[in-house]
Every structure is written in C-alpha cells, then in structure tokens.
Design a binder for this molecule. Sequence first.
Ligand SMILES: [Zn+2]
Length: 406
Amino acid sequence: MNSSFLYHAWGLYSLECTREEYKGNTIILHVQSKKRLLLCPKCGKLHLVKNGYRIRDFVGLPIGGKKVLIRMKVQRYKCRNEGCDYDQQENIPFATGSRSYTHRFAKYVVDLLRGMTLQDVANHLSISWNTVKEIHSTHLLRHYCPPSLKGVKNIGIDEFAVRKGHIYKTIVVDLDSGRILYVGDGKGIDALKKFWKRVKRHKVKIEHIATDLSAAFIASVLENCPSAVHVFDHFHVVKLMNEHLDDIRRKVYAMEKDINKRKVLKGTRFLLLGNGADIFDKHYKTRLDNALAMNEPLSKAYYLKEQMREIWAQTNKEQASAVLYDWVRQARESKIPQLVKMANTLMLYRSGILAWYDCQISTGKVEGINNKIKVMKRNAYGFRDERYFMLRLYALHDCRITRNVG
Ligand SMILES: [Zn+2]
C-alpha cells in the first residue's frame, strides 16, 4: 500500500506500509516511519542512534466494513553525544499519548455520536463502550469545559434529582443562550458556592435571576448578587398552588363517605391540576364540573388556581399587583387553610413575583433542560460516571451533540 493512500485514507503521513495482513474481520497495516532520525532534538548534533523499538497498535478508520488496526514499529533513539542524555521514542503524529486510536478515528466516533447511542457506536466499530465514552469525554472536555461566563446577564437556577431522588444537582442556566453554566453537587446554598466564586473572579455582571421560591436560593442570591433583580417565575408559583390544591383534593376524598361521590372525585387529579383552558374534551369537562359541584372548598381552590395565572397576564405591573392583592383577599376570606397559606406565600414573595414585569424571564428554559436531562438519564445506563454526565450537561444546549442522548 503506498504512502499517499495511507495519508488520504487514515491521515497517516511520513509513514510507509511494510505489510498488510487480513485476519477475520480485521485488516492489520504494518507501518513504520519513512525517515530515520539523525539529528538530536536536544543538543542538535548528528549523534542519534537507534535504541530498540516497540510495536504499538492503533485503531484506524474502518474500510470495506472491516476494522483497521495500524500496527506501528515505534523506534526509540538515543543520543551518543557526551553529556547529552536524550533517549526517547519517536513522535507519533496521528495519535495522542498512550491512546490506542488515531485522531481521525476519534473524530469519526464523535461524528457518529451525533446520531447514534454510545452502544450503537461501540457495536458498529467493534470497540468497547468505555473507549467510545473516553473519546467523547475528551472531545467534550476540550470544547465545552468550563463553560464561559462572558457576557452572561440573565440566569435561571434550579435543582434536579439524580438516581431516584437520592442525589441532587443544582444547575445554573444562561437564559439567553440556554447553556448550562454550572452544575453543583447537592442542593441548597453550598451547591452554589463555586458558581458565585467564578462570577466574582470573572467580574460577571448578572442583571436578572429566576428561581423557584426556595429559601436557600433566595438567601444565596441575596448574599452573592444583591444588585440583581430576583424573579420568582410563574411555573414554580403555580406548581406550589397545585400542591395545595392536591392536598385539598386528597382530604376531601378521604372524608367523603358516599361511595358514588367518591367515584366522581377519584381520577380527577389530572383534571384539577392541569390548565383549565386545555380541557376541550366534553366528557372530561363534565367530570370536572361534577367533582367541583360536589365540594365547595375544592371548587374554590380550583377557581383560585385558575385565576392565579391572571397575575402574569396583565399589561403592566400595577394591574398585576391589583390582581395579586385581590387573589390574596379571596383566598384569605375562604378560610381554607391551604389557600390561606398560599396567600401568605404570595404576600411574602410579591415583589419577586411582580418583578417579572420588569424583566420577563422565567425558569421555563431551565424546565426544558430538566426534561432533556430526564430523557438523557432514561436512555443511558452509563451516567453513573459523574464526570461524563457533567460533560454531557455542559454540551446539552448544542443540538449537534444532543440530537441523541444515549
Ligand atoms: Zn543529543
């Protein structure tokens, strides 16, 4: 096989092929350097002599449906100039360090991963799953880590559970680009410490921050970024309201003795908690109306839940403020404990809730990312490797990387 074919097919230059071997599904190309080194790279004298060699195998790009192994005779040289201790093996330009594959091959693996799962790629190329993961990790580390904070203005902070809720991670997302900027271990104030350190070190001017109503996030933002506008977005406020509504539903159901009425109440959870405007099915609508007609507290809570969305549907902050106060009044008048509790929460956090009118950011993007993470966790059994998992998170915004999340 001639040298220019070696170059064009596998990116191997200055090499010659001494022999080709065909073994089962593998083609082995025996190669060696074309030139013998004479000049010592250390002292510059013509005193280099050969000092043994090693045979190394590298996986190269497949050809004709067969695996290609490049078996190289790697020459070792030593310098005979007195006082010079040069003694090294020759440079291998087509692979890195002790890696057992070529640069071209690594690039091919990364390209395949844009549309295939790790396991698919490993099967297709007859290499181990770990090698595919190693190649991908190296690529992600070089291109996405650590994420730059340059120009970041608006961020969203949220947490998610890994492994059935035993382990938590806190993520910070750039709300403009959708990039994950930071992944912290655990939840709460400590999980964000390293992020704030980076913000200070790089003098990042964060203007708006969206989070849920967690006390830890509020304290953390206040301490580290007091000049930023802190927005509590409607996703989380409505979610909290839904939790109260669900609590009311459960209690009503538990107290109901009439078996027929219990039947009506059963299975209304998704109707109650969903967005009322989304219920088009007549049958569902009747079921919901029947359940609501039976119980006054439930009905009151449901209508207040629906009304709550109006807080974010006004044309300006003043109107929204009026809607919020009206909501709080109705909730308190109802004397239903869960609604009174929700009213108190709204009052406590009202400035952050209404801050949405100053800057319409929300953690919606973060929620979207959380959903992507869920898909990623479901599809891949390899995410026990925390480092790889984190690297995948940093590349999550890049659809060229995340089209397939296996
Ligand atoms: Zn030398």
